[in-house]
Design a protein around this ligand. Sequence first.
Ligand code: HEC
Ligand code: HEC
Length: 98
Amino acid sequence: MYKPIKDTKRIVRDYVQQPPLVPHDVSRYEISKNFNKCMDCHSSSRYVEMNTTRVPVTHFKSRSGQELSNLSPARYFCTQCHVPQVDAKPLVGNTFKK
Ligand code: HEC
Ligand code: HEC
């Protein structure tokens, strides 16, 4: 396992549709069928108190665009899209530019 980065400020996005990168260690946060640790700090009821970013409304829509009262199942496993960062050299070269 690589070493997670030290917790930092939000990381600037490289393109508009990018899921923001996770600027903190998540290695001990549980995301399972019964519990989602991320929502302890990022839910709409906790984000002010925890000084985080709120899970956006896009995450409360079904695939067909219907509004849901709970997080969409397609958005439940946050780290499928929001990638935590580690202190490591890239495995392969990449010439992507903003
Ligand atoms: C203990 C509270 C806490 C938990 C739990 C937590 N976060 Fe965060 N998260 C924060 C804070 C605080 C920030 C904001 C850092 C800043 O703005 O300086 C943040 C920022 C982020 C951002 C960047 C948002 C942006 O707009 O750039 C993402 C993405 C994120 N967290 C994802 C996650 C995911 C995924 C999980 C679960 C695996 C998670 N967080 C669990 C506190 C938490
Ligand atoms: C299928 C991919 C996907 C999953 C899964 C997902 N997100 Fe996102 N997330 C995105 C994308 C794309 C954006 C940027 C566009 C948007 O706001 O919808 C985003 C934006 C965000 C933001 C930034 C909102 C802002 O106002 O800047 C936060 C915070 C966030 N997601 C948290 C979460 C948390 C917490 C989970 C898990 C409960 C999660 N996301 C699951 C794709 C995803």
